[in-house]
Design a protein around this ligand. Structure first.
Ligand code: ADP
Ligand code: MG
Ligand code: MG
Length: 345
């Protein structure tokens, strides 16, 4: 019997476009002899549109935006009118990767792929994530954080604190986002001021980190209670840092898989990735991202609970090099989703 899989994509997030690309690729990879594909498009405003069952790949992401030719639905319709064996939230960023959609699916009692409520929300908030990493003894760069009202009340005081505790260069980031949206590198106070204004456009909370000169190495983790790690991969951006443009637009960034790391470094990376997975209580998948400095120090930068997931994204490529190709990876994630669901019943 075919499994009814519901794909949720788009979303009310700055990462909306990326999610559409992912959905197109997942549809292309799903084996239609095993899965009946039910698409649900979420607009940038957060409205839900259900499209007809898909029996094969689509040519363009426009075909996946069922605003005019779909049926507007509300989340409760997921259980009232349809029955899905599993939902795959292909959503990045707030309102999708952050535990909100996961909480809704928990309430509706539908199995879903990927991380649960706690891991998703803790992984989305860089401050909470780093506080948990610190508690687990994972090495990371120094950081401070502010909410908008504290900064507005005394901006100079916030800048003084950054200069005293971190110095330059530093990175200013919205606490809850991804894809490098709203992130700036700062070398002086003038840039810091601009960077705060920019980051606060996306979130009421921001994080500022000490800047490091380091290689960027990533590891994929897959599993539930017994997570497994992929080979390591390296990101080699042509620009000053791995910004939105280099992630999705210019095609200039090289991904080196497997990354050139020593056996000892690889062991350390795997241990840290697994610890990060456990301390956030993850399930299904994460991509754990690291900075590895020339003098051999390894810092965890972040984990992504729904990492970029097109066949050309780091996470699927890491697994391909580890022996799990894209269609197998999707099936494995569905199995893990059902396993976790059954365990809870
Ligand atoms: P996102 O969740 O948006 O991917 P990241 O924290 O990974 O945010 O930051 C995006 C990119 O910015 C990183 O991949 C890296 O290139 C650069 N970067 C972020 N923080 C630092 C830092 N502390 N030192 C050096 N580079 C950084
Ligand atoms: Mg991220
Ligand atoms: Mg990142």
């Amino acid at each position: 019997m075919k499994k009814n899989i519901c794909l949720l994509y788009g979303g009310k997030s700055a990462e909306h476009e990326v999610s559409l690309q992912t959905a197109k690729a997942v549809i292309q990879a799903l084996d239609t002899s095993k899965f009946a594909i039910h698409p649900i498009f979420i607009t940038k405003e957060g409205a839900w549109f259900k499209g007809p069952e898909l029996t094969g790949p689509v040519e363009s992401v426009e075909e996946l935006q069922f605003v005019d030719n779909g049926q507007q639905i509300y989340p409760n319709a997921l259980t009232e009118n349809f029955s899905y064996d599993v939902v795959f939230p292909l959503l990045h960023g707030p309102n999708g990767e952050d535990g909100t959609v996961q909480g809704m699916l928990e309430l509706l009692n539908i199995p879903y792929v990927g991380n649960g409520v706690l891991a998703s929300s803790a992984g989305m908030d860089k401050v909470i994530m780093k506080n948990l990493f610190a508690q687990a003894g994972l090495e990371q760069v120094n950081y401070v954080w502010f909410i908008r009202s504290t900064w507005e009340a005394a901006p100079e005081r916030a800048y003084d604190q950054v200069e005293k505790e971190l110095g330059y260069p530093c990175f200013v980031k919205p606490a809850n986002l991804g894809s490098s949206v709203g992130i700036s590198k700062c070398d002086n106070r003038e840039e810091l001021d601009k960077a705060f204004i920019e980051a606060f456009k996306y979130d009421r909370k921001i994080i500022i980190e000490e800047g490091v000169t380091a290689r960027e190495i990533e590891i994929g983790v897959l599993g539930n209670d017994f997570p497994e790690c992929s080979v390591a991969g390296e990101i080699v951006p042509k620009k000053e840092f791995y910004d939105y443009q280099s992630k999705y637009l210019d095609g200039e960034t090289a991904l080196v898989i497997p990354a050139e790391v020593t056996a000892e470094q690889y062991t350390e990376l795997r241990t840290m990735a697994t610890n990060a997975f456990k301390v956030l209580d993850c399930s299904g998948l994460i991509r754990a991202d690291f900075f590895v400095t020339n003098d051999g120090k390894t810092f965890i930068n972040e984990v992504n609970t729904m990492p970029g997931f097109t066949p050309f994204s780091m996470f699927p490529l890491l697994w391909k090099h580890t022996g799990v190709d894209y269609p197998q990876l999707i099936e494995r994630l569905v199995e893990l989703a059902l396993e976790r669901y059954q365990e809870k019943q």
